[in-house]
Each structure stands twice: as structure tokens, then as C-alpha cells.
Design a protein around this ligand. Structure first.
Ligand SMILES: Cc1cc2nc3c(=O)[nH]c(=O)nc-3n(C[C@H](O)[C@H](O)[C@H](O)COP(=O)(O)OP(=O)(O)OC[C@H]3O[C@@H](n4cnc5c(N)ncnc54)[C@H](O)[C@@H]3O)c2cc1C
Length: 371
């Protein structure tokens, strides 16, 4: 495995860092819901360099630069805590490029590339998260339209996004994953209602209700009942940028800085505990690169990505929890960095697939344990 970037890639990393210096205070990686106009402006500034389409093919207006550049970009953005990679330019755009009609490509790709159009992912429901194939949101054909009825739950950023990327049932309930289709739904459509769910980190998720929402057939992406493979491919496309280690490194740096401001850096117990965590942060960085290498070699990154997700999220929890234990009452003060990072890290072993589901993937696919 080669851990080194080329000189051209390192020069790109320097360019990204220079750009990000102006966004040190943005803080959009956590709490995007509190500062969406600023994060949106940040995406537009990235788009001026065509960085939202860094890894898109040139025929779709992208730079065609590949996975390594994309990894470098979003890893640095995470390290600066500026923002998370937008779903529109990733999962949504890449699916439209692969499965969208020419009309969909012309209509949606340019504004996404310019950072002007943003999507919320509407997959999970109250009774369908880990068991996504059991979802019930119904889309029924009515001439040239579909009528969508039902409810989604836990949608990130839906309060601010312009469009919804909706996974809905077009087949029977028994057809499970083989009876699902994907739709682009304008959030301003009649019958769409978004309702907030406050989260422990001070931000929010959302419920999204669909009450006889009429969606033109032209806004279905891919064939009817073919969505399962489309969302699987889209997820696979993004594995190298979903849990970037730059975020974990930044958490470690912030925790060390906080301990030093408390004059705790000379305590042998503190030093030993933080040194142990520094080893885990390094492991996270190595595993992040392993996922990237699999992507570059076009080999299956599913298991490494599952391992990466567990290590990344659990290390973030361990970092904040350790400093809460070491730091005493000061660390618990509301919105002080350890307390803030602790609350933030709690949700992350659930979103994007729970740790238990990730462990099942590893057991089944890497260890050949049946179940
Ligand atoms: C911060 C955050 C952001 C999110 N953003 C989005 C979003 O933008 N769009 C979206 O559609 N969804 C989103 N989700 C929803 C997320 O995908 C689901 O919460 C997740 O898949 C788990 O589903 P669930 O909540 O229904 O829990 P369940 O699937 O009901 O699981 C409950 C518990 O049972 C365990 N469990 C379930 N099945 C198994 C099994 N087969 N084997 C072992 N253990 C199992 C789980 O690990 C968990 O501990 C988000 C969630 C969070 C926390």
C-alpha cells in the first residue's frame, strides 16, 4: 500500500488549505442547521473553482480529477470543520449522471455543480432504518405522474434543502428492495411538510410527510423498481469521503489544546490516556487511506468502509469521553469543547448505518461468519 501523495496532489492539498484559511470560523461540519446561509455561500465559493464537481467526468462539466483529489479536498474541509460534503454534488449528481435522462442531467447537474441546488436524502422511515427494504412510503402511478403518500424520518438538513431525494415503494410490500423507485421531489410541492426533531447535539433532524404529493414521471430516476441497485452504487461511489479522518485528527488536536488551557498537559495520567488515543487516530488515518486505495483500484471497499465507520465514530466518542472524565466540572460546562464534541459524537454511530449493522457486514463478508 502506498501512503504517499504525488507532488501534484500535495500541491492541490496546499491550495485547498490556503482556500480554507478564510473559513476557519465557519464551523459548518457540526451544526450546519444553525448556519446554512454561510455554508451555502461556502459551497458557492468552492463551486467557483469547480470543486463540487472535482470528480465528475468532464462531459458533465466536472474536472475529472478522480478519487484521490476528492479525498484530499473533503478530508481538509473536515479538518477545518468547514462543512460536510454535500449530498447533491455526491450521491444525487453521480446517480443522475449514471441513470438520469438527458432532461434530468440538463436540468439538475448545472445548478448542483454551481452550489445553488441542494438535496436532503429521504430514505429512512419510523419503521425502516436498518431494514430499509421494508419501507412503506407509497408512490402510485397516475398517468404521467406519481402520487406519493406516507412519512420519512430522521432526514438531515431537510429544513434547509431545496429538493428531496426520495426512495419510495412502487412494488408490493413483499417485493422488499425489488419494489423501490427513486424520485426527485421539489420541497415546495403541495403536500410536503417538514417537521423538526431536535437532536442531542443541539442541531436537528426532520420528519418529512407526503400527503398526496404529485410528482411528474419525468422526475423518477432510473427504471421503476430499480432503485435498490442505484442507491447501493451511489453509496459505493462515496465511501472514501463519507468518514474523513481529518475530522478525527481535528478532534484530537482540539482536545489536546483544551487540556493544555486547563494546565493538565503535564499530568502523567492525562498524557498516557491521550497518547493511547493518538494511536487510534493514526489507525483511523491509515484505514481512511485503505478505503481510498480500494476505490482507486476499483476493488470492493465495503468491508474496509464498515471498519472505517466504526473506528472513526468510536474514536471520536472515546476522545470526547476521555476528556470529559479527565477534565472534571470544567469539561462539562455547556458548549465547552469536550462537552460539545461528546454530544456531537453520540449520533454518529447511528447515522449512515449503525455500528451493529457495520459489524454484521464485517463478520459476513470478511470473516465468513454465517448469519
Ligand atoms: C445523525 C443522523 C443523521 C441521519 N440522516 C439521515 C438522512 O439524512 N436521511 C435518512 O433517510 N436517514 C437518516 N438517518 C437515519 C439512519 O439512517 C437510521 O437511524 C439508521 O439506519 C438506523 O435505523 P433506525 O433508526 O430505524 O434504527 P433501527 O434499525 O430500528 O435499529 C435500532 C437498534 O437495533 C439494532 N439493529 C437493527 N437491526 C439489526 C440487525 N439486523 N442486527 C443487529 N442489530 C440490529 C441497531 O443497530 C440499533 O441499535 C440519520 C440518523 C442519524 C442518527
Amino acid at each position: 500500500m502506498n501512503f504517499n501523495f504525488s507532488s501534484e496532489q500535495l500541491a492541490f492539498r496546499d491550495e485547498v488549505r490556503e482556500f480554507l484559511e478564510d473559513y476557519r470560523e465557519l464551523d459548518g461540519f457540526y451544526g450546519q442547521g444553525h448556519r446554512w446561509p454561510q455554508v451555502r455561500a461556502f459551497f458557492c465559493a468552492m463551486a467557483e473553482r469547480n470543486w463540487l464537481a472535482l470528480n465528475w467526468p468532464t462531459e458533465h462539466g466536472g474536472l475529472g480529477l478522480g478519487h484521490v483529489h476528492e479525498y484530499i479536498l473533503w478530508n481538509e474541509v473536515a479538518r477545518y470543520r468547514a462543512a460536510r460534503n454535500p449530498l447533491a454534488a455526491g450521491i444525487v449528481a453521480k446517480s443522475i449522471m449514471r441513470y438520469g435522462t438527458p432532461w434530468q442531467q440538463e436540468t439538475y447537474l448545472p445548478p448542483i455543480r454551481r452550489g445553488e441546488m441542494h438535496f436532503s436524502l429521504c430514505y429512512s422511515e419510523p419503521e425502516a432504518g436498518s431494514d430499509l427494504a421494508g419501507l412503506r412510503l407509497k408512490a402510485e402511478r397516475d398517468g404521467d405522474h406519481y402520487r406519493i403518500n406516507g412519512q420519512k424520518c430522521w432526514q438531515s438538513y431537510a429544513q434547509d434543502m431545496d429538493y428531496l431525494w426520495v426512495l419510495a415503494r412502487t412494488g408490493t410490500q413483499e417485493s422488499r428492495g425489488r419494489g423501490l423507485s427513486l424520485f426527485i421531489v421539489d420541497k415546495a410541492s403541495a403536500g410536503v411538510r417538514v417537521s423538526p426533531i431536535p437532536t442531542v447535539d443541539g442541531d436537528q433532524l426532520n420528519e418529512v410527510f407526503f400527503d398526496d404529493v404529485v410528482v411528474p414521471k419525468a422526475q423518477r430516476v432510473g427504471e421503476e423498481n430499480s432503485a435498490w441497485s442505484i442507491i447501493g452504487e451511489a453509496l459505493a461511489d462515496e465511501r472514501h469521503i463519507q468518514f474523513p479522518p481529518g475530522r478525527v485528527r481535528r478532534d484530537l488536536e482540539d482536545m489536546v489544546q483544551w487540556l493544555n488551557t486547563q494546565r493538565m498537559g503535564n499530568d502523567p495520567l492525562v498524557r498516557a490516556r491521550m497518547a493511547e488515543l493518538a494511536v487510534r487516530v493514526r489507525e483511523t488515518e491509515m484505514l481512511g487511506l485503505k478505503v481510498l486505495e480500494s476505490m482507486v483500484n476499483a476493488s470492493n471497499a465495503t468491508v474496509d468502509a464498515a471498519m472505517n465507520k466504526i473506528l472513526h465514530t468510536v474514536t471520536c466518542q472515546a476522545l470526547a469521553r476521555t476528556v470529559l472524565d479527565l477534565g472534571g466540572p470544567e469539561a462539562l460546562v455547556y458548549s465547552h469543547q469536550p462537552e460539545r464534541l461528546w454530544r456531537q459524537s453520540l449520533t454518529e454511530t447511528i447515522g449512515g448505518g449503525t455500528s451493529e449493522i457495520m459489524r454484521s457486514v464485517i463478520a459476513r463478508q470478511r470473516l465468513d461468519l454465517e448469519g
